[in-house]
Design a protein around this ligand. Structure first.
Ligand SMILES: *Cc1c(COP(=O)(O)O)cnc(C)c1O
Length: 340
């Protein structure tokens, strides 16, 4: 048995999800007449109390579309230096939006309102790029799946309002934060101008992300998506998986969090574990001693049928997900002791 903790993207569709996909009613989404895509977009928009949504192939695409629509060439986006939009989107902001980044050093990837306030450039000073957007990530992948305090987001919103700046959320794993905090999607929808959520992570879909926002914003994003070749046709087969996941796979994320905490307990006291990041949701990051490279550890783990990824020179990440059961957890407990 391969214990695959590389990411929560490795899940395969369940029988119920496949049935929903097989039986989906579809049309041509570029012509705007795929009823299942329309239903998914309306469902997501309603959940967040927003006017519209756009179903896309990936979270990179939804983030990049949002940044492109919110910014102008030569402008600057404020975010944490551990952000996915900076580290893991192929330099897309430079490529797609001709914009630069003001990278802040937050608390495990979470920036605060004072930092944002201090980072906004004076629009009258022609030396400085014009600040065009603030982007947050919740939960924070590189910060070990930690989440924001709602009060901090509210304070950042106030700063954005003072400076008439849009606020974007990379909410690839927002539902992990919501089930943990019991906060509502509506509350978060109210605080951001645009939200990206991934269906292909903990929610267990094979493909797909949603960009959520105002009608005119989504209309612009749809145009950019087309220009990037992201228009798709009978996408309803994939949208059906998304509807199924939103109906059936949100509450169960708590199970992933519980198993992640169990992993944390199993790691405690192992000779090669120097530090374990606090485990708030479904991500476990631990630090190896200086004498062991993360690349070596990951290779050795793979030989023992355990999948994980490097998250720094001496950092390793595990992510729990829908297809990681208690049986896998028991196998993990045996395997982890034998890696080194
Ligand atoms: C996975 C992820 C994305 C989107 O990734 P895709 O692979 O392009 O779908 C965006 N932000 C964060 C924080 C992620 O973890």
């Amino acid at each position: 048995m391969f214990i695959d903790l590389r990411s929560d993207t490795v899940t395969k569709p369940t029988q119920g999800m496949k049935e929903a996909m097989f039986t989906a009613e579809v049309g041509d989404d570029v012509f705007g007449d795929d009823p299942t895509v329309i239903a998914l977009e309306e469902k997501a928009a309603t959940m967040f109390g927003k006017e519209a949504a756009l179903f896309c192939a990936s979270g990179t695409m939804t983030n990049q579309l949002a940044i492109r629509v919110h910014t102008s060439p030569g402008s600057e986006v404020i975010c944490d230096k551990l952000s996915h939009i900076y580290l893991y989107e192929g330099g897309g902001i430079a490529l797609n939006s001709l914009s630069s980044l003001k990278l802040l050093e937050g608390n495990k990837g979470r920036i605060n309102a004072q930092q944002v306030r201090d980072a906004i450039n004076n629009p009258e000073d022609i030396h400085q790029p014009i600040t065009s957007l603030v982007s947050l990530e919740n939960t924070m992948n590189k910060g070990g799946g930690c989440y924001y305090d709602l009060a901090e987001i509210e304070a950042i919103r106030v700063v954005c309002n003072e400076h008439q700046l849009p606020l974007h959320l990379d909410g690839a794993r927002l539902f992990n934060a919501l089930v943990e905090t019991n906060e509502s999607a509506l509350t978060h929808g109210n605080l951001f101008d645009s939200i990206s959520i991934c269906l292909s992570k903990g929610l267990g879909c094979p493909v797909g992300s949603l960009l959520i926002g105002k009608k005119d914003f989504i209309k612009k994003a749809r145009r950019v998506r087309k220009a990037m070749g992201g228009g798709w046709r009978q996408a309803g087969f994939l949208a059906a998986a998304g509807i199924y996941a939103l109906d059936n796979h949100v509450e169960r994320l708590k199970e992933d969090h519980a198993r992640a905490r169990e992993i944390g307990i199993m790691l405690q006291g192992l000779p090669f574990v120097e530090e374990i990041y606090p485990i708030d949701t479904n991500i476990v990051i631990f630090r190896l001693p200086d004498s062991i490279l993360a690349t070596e550890f990951v290779a050795k783990a793979k030989e023992q049928n355990l999948g994980c990824v490097t998250f720094g020179k001496h950092l390793v990440r595990f992510v729990t997900h829908h297809d990681f059961s208690d049986e896998h957890l028991a196998a993990f407990e045996k395997t982890i002791k034998q890696i080194i």
